[in-house]
Write a protein that binds this ligand. Structure first.
Ligand code: KIV
Ligand code: ZN
Length: 577
């Protein structure tokens, strides 16, 4: 048997790729599938989200709680200011009974009058007497407060953490609600309006009938009205199933909750399966009205619902997100500074690369789509590969195209046009783009606009070759232009002379005489590069030699005539090269 053949068939070479999945299995049997909700005639799949929910930021509590280094008081203040600026009307500002810095922060914003009248602060608290008392102390003096009471209701936690039956867990919640009610009455006398928010924590892991029972029992204590509702927050504390199951759980809950019109249904999703935003969106379709989440989804483990993502999803569907996200760079900056967690370059709507195309075909489609937008062809935004206009979040069209080895002519043309104001004729572009391609391959990475420009200059403008223009005199008589130009040829200086109907004709005539061969201008365009005193002209010109080969050359100068002469010299040098 031939050894080569046995290597490729019977005995794999040691460097061959081994498909492990066909021989070794992951221990998937360890896990059980999530039990779907047996819901008949579900209505949520037909719903369309056509208005923004009530947003509540939990950056300063859930987000902060998940940080390696929790925010310093200054960072908290910076984050708080940003959240108010963006337009959150409900902000969970901390867990004051559990943390002294949170307590101090709540006191500071109340005492320094930093809570706008239309903003309600929210404070988290467990259903325990001493914690409830301390929390009420923290919020004294605020105009309005959402008191967020929670206890875990999940089957698993009742069994392994609390060792409590359903009735005991309900009692824990209702006792807590009673206490908050008592304190709220005192706070009310001092001018603070208290809204109760109750979270059956780990709702997604709680039997649905029990979740309804415990929420109904808390409502019974609080006695909300349709004019003064309480908030029922149904958290996906750990995301356990596909978002459609969460939506089913919510539709079931809403259908079965007594006094549904006296409660605002709020969602608080986490992102363990990577579908926290999707779950919140389907949850809204299922009838929820309020969303808790954080900027860029910072939060426990894989994070919370990313409010920026969700709000921008609404925006991109023509729905007012009711949050002001136009200065996305600042939002990213503040968020990164406070959390010390960098935003991924592909974070929806905010990452550095989310509006960038490297692929040639994408670049081409974007360019064509943008041309339709620029000429006012479509009244609404429709550009291939760009779900929104980057300028709506402080970006620019320029960022949409970057050049690496996957890019093509379109990308190169785009960069020259949008960064340097140079529109190349197609033939020149066809000649130049393989040069860029080669450079990207050598570099094994992206070529920045300056590097593309440098390559363009050395290929078409400052072309190495025997000829250089030193200076020239042009005279005009009887409609005839005559030139005397000093040039260098290799090491030698000489003066060439010629006449023609214009400066270009005259200079070509002088060079034809010197070179002793025909030169025909077959392509010529000249235009201003930029405006103002520093205005420069660019001349792009092609000469045809006696063997019918075209040679492009480019010249730039403040004088249009000098730009043209330089382009002629560049083109002759390229011919000689
Ligand atoms: O994730 C969660 O369940 C929470 C609750 C306290 C609402 O953060
Ligand atoms: Zn949470």
């Amino acid at each position: 048997m031939n050894t080569e053949a046995s290597n490729t068939t019977d005995q794999p070479k040691s460097d061959q790729i081994q498909p492990k999945a066909s021989t070794v299995k992951m221990p998937f049997q360890k896990y059980k599938p999530f039990e779907p909700v047996r819901l008949k005639n579900r209505t949520w799949p037909d719903q369309v989200i056509d208005e923004a929910p009530r947003w509540c930021s939990v950056d300063l509590r859930d987000g902060n709680q998940a940080l390696v280094d929790p925010m310093t008081p200054d960072e908290k203040m910076e984050m708080y200011r940003l959240l108010v600026e963006i337009g959150f009307k409900e902000i969970e500002v901390g867990f004051p009974a559990a943390s002294q810095p949170d307590f101090d922060f709540v006191r500071q914003i109340i005492e320094e009058g930093l809570i706008p009248d239309d903003v309600t602060i929210q404070v988290l608290c467990q259903a325990r007497q001493e914690l409830i008392e301390r929390t009420c102390e923290a919020v004294t003096g605020a105009k309005q407060v959402i008191f967020h009471l929670y206890n875990s209701t999940s089957t698993l936690q009742r069994r392994v953490v609390f060792n409590m039956g359903r009735e005991e867990v309900i009692k824990l919640a209702t006792d807590g609600a009673e206490l908050v009610k008592k304190h709220a009455d005192t706070l009310k006398v001092a001018g603070t309006h208290v809204t109760l928010e109750y979270s059956p924590e780990s709702y997604t892991a709680t039997e649905l009938d029990f979740a309804v029972d415990i929420c109904a029992a808390v409502m019974e204590v609080w006695q909300p009205t349709s004019d003064d509702k309480m908030i029922l927050n149904l958290p996906s504390t750990v995301e356990m199933a596909t978002p459609n199951i969460y939506a089913d759980q919510l539709e079931w809950f809403i259908r079965n909750l007594p006094g549904r019109d006296k409660a605002v249904i709020s969602l608080h999703t986490h992102n363990d399966r990577g579908t926290g935003v999707a779950a919140s969106e389907l949850g809204l379709m299922a009838g929820a009205e309020r969303i808790e989440g954080t900027l860029f989804g910072n939060g426990e483990r894989t994070g919370n619902c990313d409010v920026i993502n969700m709000a921008m999803n609404l925006f991109s569907q023509g729905v007012d997100p009711k949050l002001y996200l136009a200065d996305m760079r600042r939002i990213v900056e503040v968020s990164e500074a406070c959390t010390k967690i960098p935003i991924h370059v592909r974070t929806p709507y905010a990452g550095e690369l989310v509006f960038t195309a490297f692929s040639g075909s994408h670049q081409d489609a974007i360019r064509k789509g943008m041309t339709v937008v620029d000429t006012g062809g479509d009244s609404q935004w429709e550009v291939p590969y760009l779900p929104i206009d980057p300028s709506d979040v402080g970006g620019s069209y320029r960022e949409t195209v970057r050049v690496n080895s996957q890019s093509g002519k379109g990308g190169v043309a785009f960069i020259l046009e949008h960064y340097f104001g140079v529109a190349l004729p197609r033939e020149l572009l066809v000649e130049f783009s393989p040069i860029v391609q080669q450079l990207t391959e050598q570099k094994e990475g992206e070529l920045k606009p300056d590097e593309i420009w440098k390559a363009f200059v050395s290929e078409f403008i400052e072309v190495e070759g025997p000829y250089a223009l030193i200076d020239y005199d042009l005279t005009s008589k009887d409609g005839l232009q005559t030139i005397a130009a000093r040039i260098t040829v290799a090491e030698n200086q000489l003066t060439v002379t010629g006449s023609g109907s214009g400066p270009i004709d005259a200079f070509i005539a002088a060079m034809v005489e010197t070179l002793n061969e025909p030169l025909n201008v077959v392509d010529y365009q000249e235009y201003a590069l930029n405006e103002g005193n520093e205005a420069q002209a660019i001349c792009i010109l092609a000469l045809m030699d006696d063997q019918e080969r075209k040679h492009y050359g480019v010249g730039i100068s403040q004088s249009t005539v000098t730009a043209a002469f330089r382009s002629i010299i560049a083109s002759i040098n390229r011919k000689w090269r």
